[in-house]
Design a binder for this molecule. Structure first.
Ligand code: SF4
Ligand code: FES
Length: 250
């Protein structure tokens, strides 16, 4: 089946999400809560587009809108831009000091409005990417807690989580850099918990927490893992390959 996005004809499979089709065809749709590795959840609504079908227009959330028949899609109409501006304004009122949202305000020519947030240092836009990343690695250390204006992402009762391994996946996927990881003197501090950092046996750099190292090796069923950072692991693998090749040359 074929659909048309911003005048470009694109191949599409039935059930494929509009955002994925657009991305594959080099058409940019802004997103905040999307990661290719995770299914869409439709939380931020920045990816809204207009779908024209049988003479009618509808605004849909492209990351969770599956294509069922040939349609025409417009990603940047005045209506969509106006709606995105409103979304950016709401985000800016929640996280007034966040750099990423500030850049969006500039991009969409939005004046940050009055602050609705109690905490001007708040940087989380509640997109839930961090929670889903943590769920994906089957740790479920964080979740959305509370309701209304006190809604936030945290560990149960804000206590150090039993399941958190300090891997940092939550911080890595966060679009606003709201989750802070502090590495200091061989320790990592995050989510009110401290972790021992491991030093790479080869280069001596701290590279991960002991809990993360053990968890990953358990998943990989690696009985006697070497404590090596990714860079040194790669170098080691190259050296091993070189040794193997040299035996063939002899
Ligand atoms: S901490 Fe970051 S990733 Fe998690 S919900 Fe907030 S903005 Fe999204
Ligand atoms: S990227 Fe689609 S709703 Fe956030």
């Amino acid at each position: 089946m074929q659909i048309v996005i911003d005048g470009k004809t694109c191949d599409a499979k039935r059930g494929e999400f509009l955002l994925d089709i657009a991305k594959r065809n080099g058409i940019d749709i802004p997103t905040l809560c999307h990661l290719d590795a995770l299914p869409g959840e439709g939380n931020c609504r920045m990816c809204i587009v207009e779908v024209l079908e049988r003479g009618r227009s509808r605004v849909v959330t492209s990351c969770i809108y599956p294509v069922k028949r040939p349609v025409e899609v417009l990603t940047n109409t005045p209506k969509i831009i106006k709606m995105r501006k409103t979304l950016v304004m709401l985000l800016a009122s929640r996280v007034p000091e966040n750099d990423m949202i500030y850049q969006l305000c500039e991009q969409y020519d939005v004046k940050p409005p009055m602050r609705f947030t109690k905490d001007p240092t708040e940087e989380c836009i509640l997109c839930r990417l961090c929670v889903r990343a943590c769920e994906e690695i089957k740790l479920n250390a964080i979740s959305t807690v509370n309701r209304g204006i006190t809604k936030k992402i945290s560990t149960p009762f804000d206590e150090p989580s039993d399941t958190c391994i300090g891997c940092g996946a939550c911080a890595y996927v966060c679009p606003t850099n709201a989750i802070k990881i502090h590495d200091k003197n061989g320790k990592r501090y995050m989510w009110n918990k401290s972790f021992e950092l491991l030093k790479c046996e080869k280069c001596g750099e701290y590279f991960t927490t002991r809990e993360n190292f053990e968890y990953v090796n358990k998943q990989l069923e690696c009985k006697e893992p070497k404590i090596l950072c990714d860079k040194c692991k790669k170098t080691q693998a190259q050296e091993n390959l070189r040794d193997i090749f040299s035996t063939y040359e002899m």
